[in-house]
Unconditional design. Structure first.
Length: 644
């Protein structure tokens, strides 16, 4: 009977105690080596995640640390606890593996498939290469973004009006906007504010309104409506002259402002020395970006156009009335700014009590000019006789960065990916860049800045990770061929991931990259298991027939590879199934956080399917071809030492 043929004898067999313990000990030793290298590979595959910094690092570092600690504890339990449990529970009579109904069913399907793949080897490899070739343009056609948009469940409406808007007018605009927003059926509550608190940490000007829009549960929305539809409807209704609309979300807005200083998705910073020149260049940038698909809420952050009450004291006039500059400034402070009189104490709180003239006495230039300055010798004198009073233009807010004055053009990206939108915007700005005066330059910021930084980090560390994993597999197999054979499963695992994110219409992002990184380690680990069993089949063949061309035929090699591939088929499929079934529920999840989880899971689900197919059908074929090549060229096959 052939070494690799199946024993058809039915019945249970009892293994002697000493033999049972010896088998358990040998199996645990083999498993320990496999677990060690699998743990190193999984940890090494997550090195790019550990190297991420900034916002993406804070988000994904917990995932990488959790996975690493789980692998370390799992490896420790496999080496220490699992052998003890196996020795306790694996007793009595054992049924041969080929008599298990599940095994017989799986092998009855798998063996004909692997034989057909070996028979039609060129077709099999060609189909895999074709699928890989198709997946490459699919990936290249996908859009790129920094992070998938996380639906926070609410909307932050941030309109901006002219910098010289008055308190009364901004209050009226705020009330009108809130009433319009409340007319949308999906809106539950609206809370708006204008101005800022008395603190240096909130530099919001009076011209910027912040309105938080809380939405009703999705079950109460109109049929077929999504969040983008609500934003589009709000934008259409809130077309107020002199007001530029802007929509974002409360949490991501604060994160963007803290990390990049930009409150929208993308910002173009214009640096220079003169505010008027900066403002003119910013307007040219805005005109160049107008009309680009995906660019929404485009506006220039106002740095000029502020109105100031300029009071120039006439020194000769105050000298004639025997007044000093302090006398005039005291009136101006009391009438317009407010004079601090005292402080009231209420428990642990302190409140200053200020006094200034009523609104009627200071609401126009004519009233301000008629303010009376008391003199000792001439009685009350109008302020207009002592100073020149008029409105003057000036900067609404002076922004500086790196010791340079700065203006900003802001916009959000909707209905298109971030990278292609910015690339088209860069192409449109070529003419503006050529006309920049000396000492002036542009800089891209916002989410695009984070995107470029994360991509550079990943591209730098990924080749190093590949080398580390290759080295681990080389030390595991002591063979370059076997290491490459396991590593080649990676690009074929990426096929399924590429198809999944393409069909789900997901843009490439850091979340998708993390999913591919997790898939990378899983595919290599599964490939190592297959190569180990194929090498074990080669060792049995050499032990039975010797290691020469005269004793081993090509048919013997084929049968050995088929037996090695079919060996322990159920555990291989269980490994794949556990990973697959654990991830599938996330694809149908809803709620806060699912937007980020799905891009991570999609490449893993698709990659597990294609990597399992490749490992079960193509890896044995490639392994067989390498052994046939060795037998044909060297007259013998290379067999790994059993101790490896």
């Amino acid at each position: 009977m052939n070494l690799f043929s199946r024993n058809k004898t039915k019945g249970l067999a009892r293994i002697p105690e000493t033999e049972r313990l010896a088998i358990i000990e040998k199996s645990c030793q083999q498993v320990s080596r496999g677990v060690f290298f699998a743990t190193i590979i999984i940890i090494a595959s997550f090195l790019p995640v550990f190297m991420l910094t900034g916002q993406e690092g804070k988000l994904f570092h917990p995932l990488a640390y959790t996975k690493t600690f789980i692998m370390l504890v799992d490896a420790l339990l496999v080496v220490t606890l699992a052998p003890v449990l196996i020795s306790f529970f694996m007793k009595g009579r054992f049924r041969p593996e080929h008599q298990q109904p599940v095994n017989r069913f799986l092998e009855s399907i798998y063996e004909p498939l692997i034989r057909k793949c070996i028979h039609w080897r060129k077709t099999t490899i060609g189909i895999n290469l074709l699928a890989l070739a198709i997946s490459i343009p699919l990936v290249l056609s996908l859009g790129r973004e920094f992070m998938p948009p996380l639906d926070e469940g609410s909307i932050l409406f941030m309109p901006v009006t002219l910098p010289d808007v008055s308190n009364t007018e901004i209050k009226r605009i705020l009330q009108v906007q809130d009433r319009i927003i409340k007319t949308v059926p999906e809106v539950k509550n609206v809370l708006g504010k204008a101005g800022r608190a008395n603190t240096a940490t909130d530099n919001s000007p009076m011209s910027m309104i912040e309105t938080i829009i809380l939405l009703k549960p999705r079950s109460e929305w109109r049929e077929g409506f999504n969040k983008e539809d609500i934003i589009n409807e709000l934008n259409a209704k809130l077309q107020i002259p002199g007001v530029t609309n802007g929509f974002t979300q409360p949490i991501i807005n604060r994160i963007n402002m803290l990390s990049t200083g930009i409150r929208t998705d993308v910002g173009i910073k214009v640096y220079g020395q003169d505010l008027n020149e900066i403002n003119q260049l910013a307007q040219e940038v805005k005109n160049a970006l107008t009309g680009i698909e995906g660019v929404n809420d485009l506006y220039v952050e106002p740095i000029t156009g502020g109105k100031y009450l300029d009071i120039q004291i006439n020194r000769e006039a105050i000298a004639r009335y025997n007044l000093s500059i302090d006398d005039v400034n005291a009136l101006i402070e009391t009438a317009l700014g407010g004079m601090r009189l005292t402080t009231t104490i209420e428990g642990r709180q302190r409140f200053s009590v200020n006094a200034r003239f009523g609104q009627d006495a200071r609401n126009s230039l004519s009233n301000i000019r008629q303010l009376q300055v008391q003199t000792k010798d001439y009685g009350p004198v109008p302020l207009s006789d002592l100073a020149t009073i008029d409105w003057t233009d000036g900067p609404a807010m002076i922004n500086s960065e790196n010791a340079l004055l700065r203006g900003t053009v802001l916009f959000n990206v909707r209905d298109r990916d971030l990278a292609s939108t910015v690339q088209e915007a860069k192409d449109q700005l070529e003419k503006v860049m050529k006309k920049l005066p000396k000492g002036y330059f542009l800089e891209w910021s916002g989410q695009y800045e984070n995107l470029i930084h994360s991509e550079r980090t990943l591209m730098l560390i990924l080749p190093i990770v590949v080398l580390i994993i290759f080295a681990c597999m080389y030390f595991a197999f002591h063979s370059v061929r076997e290491a490459l054979l396991s590593l080649i499963t990676v690009p074929f695992a990426l096929i399924g991931g590429a198809y999944m994110i393409y069909l789900w219409d997901v843009h490439l992002s850091v979340a998708v990259a993390v999913g591919f990184i997790a898939l990378f380690g899983l595919a290599v680990e599964t490939g190592i298991v297959m190569v180990i069993y194929l090498n074990d089949a080669m060792q049995q063949l050499v032990a039975k027939k010797g290691n020469s061309r005269d004793s081993i035929s090509f048919n013997d090699l084929k049968e050995a590879v088929i037996a090695g591939a079919a060996k322990r088929l159920r555990p291989k499929l269980m490994t794949v199934s556990v990973s697959l079934f654990a991830l599938l529920p996330i694809l149908w999840s809803h709620g806060v956080g699912s937007d980020v989880m799905k891009p991570i899971v999609l490449p893993m689900v698709g990659g597990v399917l294609t990597s399992a197919t490749h490992i079960l059908l193509v890896t044995p074929l490639i392994f067989l071809m390498t052994k046939e090549y060795e037998l044909r060229k060297y007259g013998k096959i290379e067999v790994l030492d059993a101790k490896h």
